[in-house]
Design a protein around this ligand. Structure first.
Ligand code: C2E
Ligand code: MG
Ligand code: MG
Ligand code: MG
Length: 281
C-alpha cells in the first residue's frame, strides 16, 4: 500500500515538474517574439511624498501579456531575460519606452515629478549601457533629471568597483540613483556609504513585519530611516497597503511611500490622472 502511494506521488511530482518545465520552456522560447509582437508594456506606480502631500515620482514596471501563455509576472520572466542576455535589448526597449512617456507627459504639461526605472545587473554592466542611456535621453529630448535608476543590492555585492563607477557616471549624466529592496540582501549598512546613490527604497518585508509585537524590525526600520536621512538620502517605503501602516510610518518620520494604499501600478493614462487627485494621506 505504502509502495503504491509512493509510486503515485512520484508520478504526480514528475507530472508537476514536467508542467513546470514546459511552462519555463514556453516562456523562454517566447521572450524575443514578445518584444517584436509588442506584448510587453509598462505600468506606472505612484510614489507619494508625505512631506508635501504630492505624487513626486512614479516607478515604471514591465508587464507581459502573452496571447499564448497569458499574463506573466516580471518576477518570473526578468530572471529568464537575464539568463539569456536578452535583458540588454529588452532593457533598452524599457528605457526608450519610459523616456518617450516622460516626453509625452511633458508635452501634456506634466513635468513636476520623476520616473524611476529598474535596471538589472547585467544590463548595467553591459559595455554599451552608458552610451545607450545617453543617446536615449538625447533622442527623447528629456532632462536626465526626470529619471531615477533603481538597482538592487546584489549589484554592489557582485562587482562593487565597477558598479560604483557606473553609478557615479550615471550621476554625472544627471540621473538619480536609488537602492531597491533595501534590507533583504546580505549587504550591510556600509553599502549606503559605498555606493553613489541618492535614494533608499526599503523593502516591503519591513512594512509587513511592522505591526508584529516584540518588534525588532521596527527598531531596524527606524534605524534605516534615520541613517538614510542623516546621510542626505531620501527614503521610499515599499508595499504600504493599510492606513495603519501609513500612520506608523508617519510617526517614524518616513518621507515617501509606495504601495497599494496609494495605487497599484497602472497604465500611463490612468497614472497621470492621479496628478489631479486631491486625496491627502
Ligand atoms: P520592485 O522593483 O521592488 O517593484 C516593486 C514590486 O512591488 C512591484 O511588483 C509592485 O507591483 C509590487 N508592489 C507595489 N506595491 C505593493 C503593495 O502594496 N503590496 C504588494 N504585495 N506588492 C506591491 P512587480 O511589478 O511584479 O515587479 C516585481 C519585480 O520585478 C520588481 O520589484 C523588479 O525587481 C522587477 N521588475 C519589474 N519591472 C521591471 C523592469 O522594467 N526592469 C527590470 N529590470 N526589473 C523589473
Ligand atoms: Mg524597483
Ligand atoms: Mg523594490
Ligand atoms: Mg522587489
Amino acid at each position: 500500500e505504502a509502495k503504491k502511494q509512493g509510486g503515485n506521488r512520484a508520478v504526480f511530482f514528475s507530472q508537476e515538474l514536467a508542467n513546470q518545465n514546459e511552462r519555463a520552456r514556453l516562456i523562454a522560447n517566447n521572450l524575443v517574439q514578445a518584444l517584436y509582437n509588442n506584448e510587453y508594456y509598462m505600468v506606472y506606480q505612484p510614489v507619494y511624498d508625505l512631506s508635501n502631500q504630492k505624487i513626486t515620482s512614479y516607478e515604471a514596471l514591465i508587464r507581459w501579456e502573452s496571447p499564448l501563455i497569458g499574463s506573466i509576472s516580471p518576477v518570473e520572466f526578468i530572471p529568464l531575460l537575464e539568463d539569456s542576455d536578452l535583458i540588454v535589448p529588452v532593457g533598452r526597449w524599457i528605457l526608450r519606452q519610459v523616456a518617450l512617456q516622460v516626453k509625452l507627459w511633458e508635452l501634456e504639461g506634466y513635468n513636476g515629478f520623476q520616473v524611476a526605472i529598474n535596471i538589472s545587473v547585467k544590463q548595467m554592466m553591459h559595455r554599451e549601457f552608458l552610451n545607450d542611456v545617453k543617446s536615449i535621453i538625447q533622442e527623447a529630448k528629456i532632462s536626465p533629471r526626470r529619471l531615477i535608476f533603481e538597482i538592487t543590492e546584489t549589484v554592489a555585492v557582485q562587482n562593487s568597483e565597477l558598479a560604483t563607477q557606473i553609478l557615479s557616471d550615471l550621476n554625472h549624466l544627471g540621473v538619480k540613483t536609488a537602492l531597491d529592496d533595501f534590507g533583504t540582501g546580505y549587504s550591510s549598512l556600509s553599502i549606503l556609504k559605498l555606493l553613489p546613490i541618492q535614494q533608499v527604497k526599503v523593502d516591503r518585508m519591513f512594512i509587513m513585519e511592522m505591526e508584529q509585537e516584540d518588534n525588532k524590525s521596527l527598531v531596524i526600520l527606524q534605524g534605516i530611516i534615520d541613517i538614510a536621512k542623516n546621510l542626505g538620502m531620501s527614503t521610499v517605503m515599499e508595499g504600504v497597503e493599510t492606513s495603519e501602516q501609513l500612520e506608523l510610518l508617519k510617526n517614524m518620520g518616513a518621507q515617501k511611500i509606495q504601495g497599494y494604499l496609494i495605487s497599484r501600478p497602472i497604465v500611463a493614462e490612468l497614472a497621470i490622472e492621479l496628478q489631479k487627485n486631491t486625496w491627502k494621506y
